[in-house]
Design a protein around this ligand. Structure first.
Ligand SMILES: CC(=O)N[C@H]1[C@@H](OP(=O)(O)O)O[C@H](CO)[C@@H](O)[C@@H]1O
Ligand SMILES: [Mg+2]
Length: 537
């Protein structure tokens, strides 16, 4: 039984502002000065979650990713390094909205009994934060909740989001047959670096890569990782830019993955030669996009769809070359925001099946586990590749029948270590892309030439109540308000190669409209038409 007085007294120090909170796709995220009570209450939920799972370690990450410097956020990480189980999101929301300290404790007790939680069970939590100045105070609020509920805590200070997911998975798999790695930040770098070297072997890089770290946690962590990669003559030259974490106001400002994806141009601070590979991370380094300018100075984005198609083509080739293609199912998971040309390229050219899910990494991750090799990426650069236990077994036990098979198998094996299995990881994805381009001997132009994106437009439409927009069919259609979908269908029908959908955002108070069509003008036109249908609904 939790100590009632202790919890109530601690909660009283973290008064709840007059606001309605909701645990969404990205956990809780808002202006940092509104988060104190929310983080305290997330601490209570973490205690419950760990106890429910008999003392398995739960992660708490304090970050607001690509949001402006004055924002912050908090999200929970489940034992295998995945996002919090969806059914628990509503408990997070209810705890955050409890109207008094007493009501909060009553709810805490009610959840304990409703969920049949043994309040005597041990509870363990690890926490980390990004580089925002509001981080330490928020961690302190979390610590108070964990102390009041008798939770064993380890504070890993500043980490990228995927590093925290890595640690959670390492801790909970330690001593089992699924042991994931050494439980330390150093263990993370060593695992990545050794897999990277093994994947590269005698392959050579064509030039280096410029990496924009959004002035966030990715900067110091990438600089650290580089020390483990080694910089021999044949090593990868990584030029790190925007790694200034001493100026907190610079975070995500005019740089980072979201800036590049949204503005379809390079950050002004990124100076690169024509055809030089460039990449941008977001503020917590769980997202990456590539880009380059061609000889005529034109900018080209190589987004999450491109990384997914690149990875799928490489993995399908390796499975074939190693003699495992009949044994391993490969699939790509996308959302409705994936460019139609990428979907067509995967299904028709690579002959690999594509599954479309709702927006939000947890949906893609879940769908990807249904394949032996499941490649999933959101167009904005969140993503990874998952290998099933069956795939790992085949890859490690298969007897190659030729040197070529042995070679492909060794590369495949190294990728199971190089690619973060817990969550999309910008640093791991960076190395993955570099390995693939080196193996294929491709320039960014070759990569771009695999298919031609359909012109597209994404618009944000502010409406009175976005909750009336209810989507189905992986959010590609609207069931309510009634009649809106047929108006959209009618508009789409007038455009060649037209496709468009509208859905309520899970992270912002708006409806997003996406449209693509045969030409830029038509895509704009279609997006505008669908946006006015949404406004009029
Ligand atoms: C079109 C788009 O990029 N949507 C983003 C955005 O979700 P919305 O529900 O569209 O607001 O934030 C999510 C969390 O970061 C991310 O997973 C998703 O891809
Ligand atoms: Mg992020």
């Amino acid at each position: 039984m939790a100590n009632k007085e202790k919890v109530i007294a601690a909660s009283a120090k973290h008064p709840r502002p007059d606001r309605i909170f909701s645990y969404g796709t990205a956990g809780f995220r808002m202006k940092a000065n509104l988060l104190d009570s929310v983080v305290f209450r997330v601490g209570l939920l973490a205690a419950l979650r760990s106890r429910k799972l008999n003392g398995q370690t739960i992660g708490v990450m304090i970050t607001a990713s690509h949001n402006p410097p004055e924002d912050n956020g908090v999200k929970l990480v489940d034992p295998m390094g995945e996002m919090l189980d969806q059914s628990w999101e509503t408990y997070a929301t209810s705890l955050a909205n409890a109207t008094s300290d007493e009501a909060l404790f009553t709810l805490y007790e009610k959840l304990t009994s409703d969920l049949k939680i043994n309040s005597e069970a041990p509870a363990r939590v690890i926490v980390a934060r990004d580089t925002r100045t509001s981080g330490p105070t928020l961690v302190a609020s979390l610590v108070e909740a964990l102390t009041a509920t008798g939770v064993e805590l380890t504070d890993y200070k500043i980490l990228t989001t995927p590093q925290l997911h890595y640690l959670v998975r390492c801790i909970n798999t330690k001593g089992t047959q699924y042991e994931y790695g050494e439980v330390s930040e150093k263990g993370y770098y060593e695992k990545l670096a050794s897999a990277f070297k093994k994947a590269m072997r005698s392959k050579k890089f064509d030039g280096g890569v410029v990496v924009d770290c959004a002035n966030g946690v990715g900067g110091p962590k990438l600089n650290e990782l580089i020390k483990y990669l080694g910089r021999g003559e044949d090593g990868l030259a990584i030029k790190v830019v925007n790694d200034d974490v001493l100026n907190p106001d610079a975070l995500n400002v005019q740089c980072g993955a979201d800036f590049v994806k949204t503005n379809q141009r390079a950050p002004p601070s990124v100076k690169a030669a024509p055809l030089e590979r460039c990449a941008s991370l977001d503020g917590d380094a769980d997202r990456i996009v590539y880009y380059f300018t061609d000889k005529s100075g034109q900018f080209h984005l190589l987004d999450g769809d491109r990384i997914a198609t690149l990875a799928a083509s490489f993995l399908a080739d390796l499975a074939r070359q190693s003699g495992l293609s009949g044994k391993l199912s490969i699939g790509v998971v996308q959302t409705a925001y994936a460019n139609g040309s990428s979907t067509q390229y995967v299904t028709e050219h690579l002959k690999v099946p594509v599954v479309c899910t709702n927006t939000g990494v947890k949906h893609l991750h879940h769908a990807a586990t249904r394949f032996d090799i499941g490649v999933y990426f959101e167009a904005n650069g969140h993503g990874t590749v998952l290998f099933s236990p069956q795939a790992i077994k085949h890859i490690s036990q298969h007897e190659p029948s030729s040197p070529a098979q042995a070679d492909a198998l060794e590369t495949l094996h190294s990728l199971t270590d190089l690619i973060n299995q817990a969550v999309g990881d910008a640093l791991s994805d960076l190395l993955l892309v570099e390995v693939i381009l080196a193996h294929k001997g491709w320039s960014p132009e070759n990569w771009l030439a695999t298919y031609k994106d359909l012109p597209n437009r994404l618009v944000r439409v502010e409406v009175k109540d976005r909750h009336i927009f209810k989507a189905y069919d992986a959010e590609r259609k609207l069931e309510s308000p009634v009649g809106v979908q047929s108006l959209i269908d009618e508009a789409v029908g007038k455009f060649s190669k037209g496709r468009s959908f509208a859905r309520a955002s899970g992270t912002e108070d708006a409806v997003r409209v996406y449209a693509e069509a045969g030409s830029r003008g038509e895509a704009e036109d279609l997006a505008g038409k669908v946006a006015s249908i949404v406004r009029g609904a």
